[in-house]
Write a protein that binds this ligand. Structure first.
Ligand code: ADP
Ligand code: MG
Length: 413
């Protein structure tokens, strides 16, 4: 069946989101594809729909059991034969999946990359007549990103062995990560690449130099009392002290970081999902699994480590499309700290240079004298035409701006 009727009948959508249709067509026609779309852009559909347009089985590599579960549940409810092989399954569940696969009943099979480490998996997939591979969150193959998953490196080998087309999806857009994905998943052969839709026009962008940072953050949070928000901090200790300070000023806040027990972390995640108006004060450990549509604000109490990290973190706000506010604080200590972290890391020199460039791109954004969105989208390779009208600089353009432009005209005349 072709794409449009499936879109309606199976997924219940009237139209494609921007970018989806071209990607669906490229994937369905059996090309190798790399698609970069922001979080919430609708990447899942871009491999699910083509899986139903072709015969046989599509294997989906996905990093999180929770993500796989959600998708399998939604697909099954829509009448699609989909299943996941995960460590969270019971033995009975797994043998039912294997049976359905051997009987060639399944259209989509989700699995974590760790499965590929078992010698039995690849021969099993060969016998099941896999027609295509989809790789979700493909940036997990990037050794220097903070979501690195070593077993993603096995996916390239799977593609070689099965010799079927592969479509990779990620929201991480920078050129470095893209190159790494092409090297590791496609053996360096350039796939058809789609990059679009990075603008999140409902998210208000704002930066402030630190000037009494505790007060700046408390004021920002207090002005948004009753709305769900995230505050990212540079250290674990700070998440605790800042959460306590917020509580003291009568705001519901709780800390979250990688040093907490798994149970305690899950409890915060569940509470955030359920409650209105909770503030989570977190390190970057609060990340990929968050899927709350109505996060109304995201603040950075400390400068993020790169422009990529900044974009990902503010992007957790406003996924429902309604307005979301952000505030990012920065000061000389942050810059020193971030530079030091890069210098002290064990990464090879070319990686350090790239990390410095990503940090410098963020500093450029922090110190921008024109529309911040234009600068941000330019970094991601998208052209923005006009000032956005939804950042602190557009709200209140600096006085010197016209003068500088006028001076430049005079100088270049
Ligand atoms: P991503 O993986 O890019 O973050 P998802 O695939 O999770 O995004 O999709 C985000 C949301 O958008 C989901 O709720 C999905 O059902 C919805 N969605 C995807 N495509 C469409 C469409 N064409 N029309 C309406 N909603 C869509
Ligand atoms: Mg996704």
């Amino acid at each position: 069946m072709s794409a449009a009727p499936l879109l309606r009948q199976v997924f219940g959508f009237d139209s494609f989101r921007p970018g989806q249709e071209e990607i669906v067509n490229a994937v369905a026609s059996g090309r190798d594809v790399l698609a970069i779309m922001p979080t919430g852009g609708g990447k899942s559909l871009c491999y699910q729909l083509p899986a139903l347009m072709r015969d046989g089985l599509t294997v989906v590599i996905s990093p999180l059991i929770a993500l796989m579960r959600d998708q399998v549940r939604a697909l099954t409810e829509a009448g699609v034969a989909a299943a996941a092989l995960t460590s969270g399954n019971s033995d009975e569940e797994n043998s039912e999946v294997l049976r359905a696969m051997a009987a060639r009943e399944l259209r989509l099979l989700y699995m974590a990359p760790e499965r590929l480490a078992s010698g039995a998996t690849v021969p099993m997939l060969r016998r099941a007549g896999v027609q295509a591979i989809a790789v979700d969150e493909a940036h997990c193959v990037s050794q220097w990103g903070h979501d690195f998953r070593p077993d993603y490196l096995r996916v390239g080998e799977l593609r070689r062995v099965l010799s079927v087309p592969l479509a990779a999806f990620t929201a991480t857009a920078d050129a470095e990560t893209r190159d790494e994905i092409v090297q590791r998943l496609f053996d360096g052969a350039q796939p058809q690449t789609f990059l679009r839709g990075f603008d999140r026009p409902n998210i208000h962008l704002a930066f402030q130099p630190k000037d009494g940072p505790r007060r700046q953050i408390l004021d920002f949070a207090a002005a948004r009392r009753g709305q769900s928000g995230i505050i990212y901090c540079g250290t674990r200790a700070k998440t605790e002290t800042l959460a306590a300070a917020l509580n003291q000023s009568g705001l519901a806040a709780t800390a979250y970081h990688g040093g907490m027990e798994a149970d305690a972390r899950r409890e915060v995640e569940a509470r955030f999902q359920r409650e209105d108006g909770l503030i989570v004060v977190a390190t970057v450990a609060f990340g990929m699994g968050i899927d709350k549509p109505d996060i109304r604000w995201v603040a950075h109490a400390d400068l993020p480590k790169s422009i990529e990290a900044y974009y990902q973190e503010i992007g957790r706000g406003g996924r429902d499309g309604a307005p979301a506010e952000t505030l990012t604080l920065y000061g000389p200590d942050d810059i020193r700290l971030r530079r030091g972290q890069i210098d002290e890391s064990l990464a090879p020199p070319e990686r350090k240079a790239a990390d410095h460039a990503r940090l410098n791109a963020l500093l450029g954004l922090a110190e921008a004298t024109g529309c911040r969105r234009i600068a941000l989208l330019r970094y991601f390779g998208e052209k923005a035409v006009a000032p956005c009208g939804n950042c602190d600089i557009c709200d209140d353009p600096p006085e010197c701006f016209d003068a500088t432009e006028a001076a430049q005209k005079v100088l270049s005349a």
